[in-house]
Design a protein around this ligand. Structure first.
Ligand SMILES: C[S@@+](CC[C@H](N)C(=O)[O-])C[C@H]1O[C@@H](n2cnc3c(N)ncnc32)[C@H](O)[C@@H]1O
Length: 280
């Protein structure tokens, strides 16, 4: 897919997904934000950028840790995600957090303006993830840290059939490179290529537990990356896609619910200080 179109599909697709994502996926994916923040080891007073913030899980956690002397900028390509995060920050009376619509590939912030950057389950979506990683490196100050999480290998993510099921009903692949950074060593390679050092990569299995059919269907069809394509399906097409998907995860049925395997990869990396970058 042409990159400009890819970005529009992401932007407007996630606009449609906000509510279902927040309701059905966020409780299952919160652990990724918690792990990224633990890896970052943020300190009070630090300035943090959260890329692809969604409804802001990592950003809210970071705002609490860095405190009133620190600041968090929460960014996302979807205006509705940004609006939802900003509304929640206002509701909670959080004053050290700013929310902005920004493409991860074209961050507007100055070079070396953050002590830490997080990007939780966001790097599967930019048209050019390597460019997004280079942007994170650019906005970090020397010595600054980046922590990211991505989905792991396709065959370890029990819900991965959603892509061929939706792709077979639309004209182009929805997220053809979704699992590319989940391959062993792929994140490390990408971060090293962008000039990061002290790379730490870890891989974690954690199932997604859904209460029943309604929840799993709402999450994967309406609350994720296929939301835009799904919104255009007729009722008959939806019904057929639902049936095919439920059949594909039938082995993970537990009583009324589902326990669907999920694999996640985490990376912590550091931007070198000048003497390291110059090989001194
Ligand atoms: C799976 S959600 C993750 C949200 C949040 N970080 C979390 O852990 O819940 C992916 C997010 O990436 C955003 N996204 C997709 N492409 C993006 C891009 N090129 N730049 C910034 N955000 C992007 C989407 O709008 C969506 O909010």
């Amino acid at each position: 897919m042409e990159p400009k179109l890819h970005r529009r599909v992401q932007r407007y697709g996630w606009d449609m997904a906000v509510q279902d994502y927040d309701q059905y996926f966020v409780p299952l994916l919160r652990h990724c934000s918690e792990r990224c923040l633990a890896l970052l080891d943020l300190q009070p007073g630090e300035r943090v950028l959260d890329v692809a913030t969604g409804t802001g899980i990592a950003a809210f956690l970071a705002a609490e840790i860095v405190g009133p002397e620190g600041a968090v900028v929460a960014t996302d390509i979807s205006q509705r995600m940004v609006d939802a995060t900003r509304a929640e920050a206002e509701r909670r009376g959080i004053v050290n957090m700013q929310c902005e619509r920004e493409d991860a590939e074209e961050l507007s912030h100055a070079d070396a303006s953050f002590a830490a950057v997080s990007c939780v389950l966001g790097l599967m979506y930019p048209a050019d993830p390597q460019r997004a990683i280079a942007q994170m490196q650019r906005v970090l100050r020397p010595g600054g840290r980046a922590a990211v999480a991505v989905w792991g290998r396709r065959d370890r993510c029990g819900w991965a059939s959603i892509f061929p099921i939706v792709d077979s009903r639309v004209e182009s692949d929805v997220c053809p490179l979704f699992f590319q950074l989940g391959a062993p060593g792929a994140l490390s390679y990408a971060f090293q290529k962008a000039g990061f050092v002290d790379l730490h990569e870890e891989r974690v299995d954690r199932p997604l537990c859904f209460a029943g059919e309604r929840d799993v269907l709402a999450a994967v069809f309406a609350g994720g990356p296929v939301a835009l394509a799904y919104s255009k399906f007729s009722p008959e097409t939806r019904e057929a896609a639902h049936r095919e998907f439920l059949e594909s995860i039938s082995e993970y049925r537990r009583g009324d619910g589902y326990e669907v395997p999920g694999e996640f990869v985490f990376m912590l990396a550091r931007k070198p200080v000048l003497s390291e970058a110059e090989g001194l």
